[in-house]
Design a protein around this ligand. Structure first.
Ligand SMILES: [Zn+2]
Length: 66
């Protein structure tokens, strides 16, 4: 999972919570464990189940084995 570095102390932040902004993206709140700084990142859900490429792959998996 993508975890941004704290802009203050360069420590890897911890994911504190995810807020759903809309159907196709969410807002991830990261908290720095050292200086307790808060960093918010808007992230695409990038749901593989919704991608046309993944759907094709799933359909392929659903075919009866030969
Ligand atoms: Zn920090």
């Amino acid at each position: 999972m993508f975890q941004p570095l704290c802009s203050t102390c360069r420590t890897t932040t911890m994911l504190a919570r995810i807020t759903h902004g809309a159907w196709d993206f969410d807002i991830r709140t990261f908290e720095c464990p050292v200086c307790t700084g808060i960093h918010q990142v808007v992230a695409d859900l990038a749901d593989p189940m919704k991608s046309p490429k993944a759907n094709g792959w799933l359909h392929g998996q659903l075919q009866a084995p030969k």
